[in-house]
Design a protein around this ligand. Structure first.
Ligand SMILES: [Zn+2]
Length: 146
């Protein structure tokens, strides 16, 4: 290979690498943005009287049974933890996004995408989703860097 060809190919390789880095950054940003969008949308509704009303109606519709485990739900005590977080009793009803709002922010307030599940199932699902999302993200990054 001539010196010029070498130089050109290394420049091209560099440009390609830079493009990949930029692409990865963009993907990360987009993923972050989508997560924020969903969270922001939901916070605007959460706690409102409309939200309260939907929650109670939905619990009645479901006969107070958790969509996932089928156990009977009931409001329980909230325990605050030292780090400012809180935990709920296992049977406490919580709003669940069937398709997670982090991945489908456009379905955040779509009532067809909402259901009531117990705190215990919500936590299990949350952990699984976090792992799935991390895996998806590392796979995407891998693909871009290969
Ligand atoms: Zn459950």
């Amino acid at each position: 290979m001539s010196e010029l060809a070498k130089f050109l190919s290394s420049e091209a390789a560099l440009a390609q690498a830079e493009a990949k880095v930029a692409q990865t950054k963009q993907t990360k940003e987009k993923l972050k943005q989508r997560r924020n969008d969903g969270q922001l949308l939901y916070s605007s509704w959460q706690g409102s009287s409309d939200w309260q009303q939907w929650r109670m109606q939905q619990l009645e519709r479901q006969n107070w049974k958790c969509t996932y485990c089928g156990k009977r739900m009931g409001f329980g005590e909230r325990t605050y933890l030292a780090n400012g977080d809180f935990s709920l009793e296992p049977h406490h009803p919580t709003v669940d996004h069937i398709l997670p709002k982090s991945l489908f922010p456009e379905l955040t307030l779509d009532l067809k995408n909402l259901t009531m599940i117990c705190w215990s199932c919500n936590r299990k699902k949350g952990n699984k989703m976090a792992i799935a999302s991390r895996m998806r993200h590392s796979k995407l990054t891998q693909q871009m860097n290969s």
